[in-house]
Design a protein around this ligand. Structure first.
Ligand code: ZN
Length: 53
């Protein structure tokens, strides 16, 4: 289990894998699993690519 960095609610994961993106059921934010040991979860970047033009 993990804790949402945004709202601190507990997020349940069945088969967490590095790179997985999950959505917090409380605040709806997208979270990406950075590492499993130790468990690190970060807020996934929004789909707002800067193509550098
Ligand atoms: Zn949350």
């Amino acid at each position: 289990m993990a804790e949402c960095p945004e709202c601190s609610c507990v997020i349940e994961m069945e088969n967490p894998e590095v790179g997985d993106v999950l959505e917090c059921s409380e605040c709806g934010i997208e979270l990406e699993i950075i590492s499993l040991d130790p468990l690190i979860i970060e807020i996934a970047p929004e789909e707002e690519e800067d193509w550098g033009e």
